[in-house]
Write a protein that binds this ligand. Structure first.
Ligand code: SF4
Length: 408
């Protein structure tokens, strides 16, 4: 899938507040008092107000029409109702939200107050992503989560009763103490809950997390000694693909599964290289150079920017950490490693229309080798990861990096 031009924008807003820190988490999130929530939303409102001027100064297109919004984090459902209202009012004052815009909020089960839920619905939120991770209480508690299976199922009922039926449940394969039997039980409860979307992540232990540090030092805190092996985690992932697929939740991306038509519109933007603006802590943006700024003969450059992950800096009004312009060669590499994440794969004819055919020809040599290795498969239309390629996707993507150094 290689969609490039878009007259609509996706907006990602990071809310980096959590009630407690999960053992495996390395996100820029933490436990902060309500006064910080207020200051933070105040800054977001300012950033929203300045987004247009910033885009102009960088000579990038910032479509006013927004068709997807994603509040992630962190735990956005911890925001007080008045902050939710303030944030969405600012968003709507700066952008035109399409009437059918997908508006997602990440919520932690057991941390969605009735008043906040009311404010979210009133603000137009129509999709919720629940960070469940496991339906087995001891696994959820062991990783620092504060909910039980009963609470999650009750929250799903509450959300549906409030009119939000478009729900996602996140699960993690590889939590400490997880077994193949407990994993299958979690999948069965998920399927029974009947949400139209599920995300399954294979635990990647990061050395910046408490669990990662404990595993590296060979300790047993946070049940680090009970983390399943990589092979066991890979098997759990394969079981998820099989069971979810049979239940009508077909895999459409390495970690994402949905009923037909319930794919995450916002997340598809990332893999289809469609523009998005990221606001708040540790948020990324991808925006295209305006046609006026681009040389008529050249593919417009792409600006990727990331905001700081330091809350104090962010609150002090220094949001931007990094900006980089991607050359056509770098855009071509991205088209491969982002597009291959999707089960639909990469459409070669579309790449040939967009990029220098020599670049595409160089990539096709890599495709040939990876196909011989059993990691990619192709038909006349598209190139896709094989099931084994999905398990080794980072190695596959690595092969597409640095392809076009001479053409940058
Ligand atoms: S809720 Fe999410 S962001 Fe917060 S600590 Fe847990 S994993 Fe990290």
């Amino acid at each position: 899938m290689n969609l490039v031009r878009d007259n609509a924008l996706g907006v990602y807003i990071s809310i980096p507040f959590c009630r407690s820190k999960c053992t495996y988490c390395n996100f820029a999130s933490g436990v902060y008092p309500a006064s910080e929530h207020e200051r933070y939303v105040g800054r977001l409102v300012q950033d929203l107000g300045q987004a247009g001027a910033w885009a102009k100064s960088m000579a990038v297109e910032l479509p006013r029409r927004v068709d997807s919004v994603y509040l992630g984090g962190g735990t956005p459902s911890l925001l007080a109702p008045k902050l939710v209202t303030q944030l969405f009012a600012a968003l709507r004052s700066q952008f035109d939200l399409a009437p059918d815009a997908e508006i997602t909020v990440e919520c932690a089960p057991s941390q969605i107050a009735d008043e906040t839920l009311e404010a979210l619905v009133a603000a137009g939120v129509n999709r919720v992503s629940l960070g469940v991770q496991s339906f087995i209480d001891r696994e959820a508690h062991g990783s620092g989560r504060l909910h039980s299976r009963a609470i999650v199922l009750d929250d799903i009922k509450r959300l549906r009763a409030a009119g939000i039926a478009n729900l996602n449940v996140d699960l993690i394969a590889g939590l400490a103490g997880q077994t193949s039997a407990s994993w299958e039980e979690s999948l069965a409860v998920l399927i029974d809950a009947g949400t139209p979307h599920a995300s399954v992540y294979m635990l990647e232990v990061d050395e910046d997390s408490r669990l990662g540090r404990e595993m590296l030092s060979g300790g047993a805190r946070y049940h680090a000694d009970l983390v399943p092996t990589d092979d066991a985690i890979a098997r759990m992932y394969e079981v998820a693909i099989e069971k979810l697929g049979k239940a009508g939740l077909r895999q459409y991306e390495i970690s994402n599964f949905s009923c037909l038509g319930s794919e995450s519109r916002h997340n598809l933007r990332y893999w289809q290289r469609r523009p998005y603006l990221g606001l708040g802590l540790d948020a990324s943006s991808m925006l295209r150079e305006t046609p006026q700024a681009a040389d008529a003969a050249e593919l417009p450059s792409v600006l990727r920017s990331t905001t700081t992950d330091d809350l104090a800096k962010y609150l002090a009004g220094e949001p931007l950490a990094e900006t980089a312009w991607l050359s056509p060669g770098q855009q071509h590499e991205e088209a491969w490693f982002l597009g291959l994440r999707l089960n639909a794969g990469v459409e070669v004819a579309a790449l040939k229309r967009e990029f220098d055919p020599e670049m595409v020809a160089a990539a096709m040599e890599v495709v040939e080798q990876l196909t011989a290795d059993g990691l990619l498969t192709s038909n006349r239309k598209s190139v896709r990861l094989t099931p084994r390629g999905r398990l080794l996707s980072n190695d596959v993507f690595q092969e597409f990096l640095g392809l076009c150094v001479s053409r940058r």
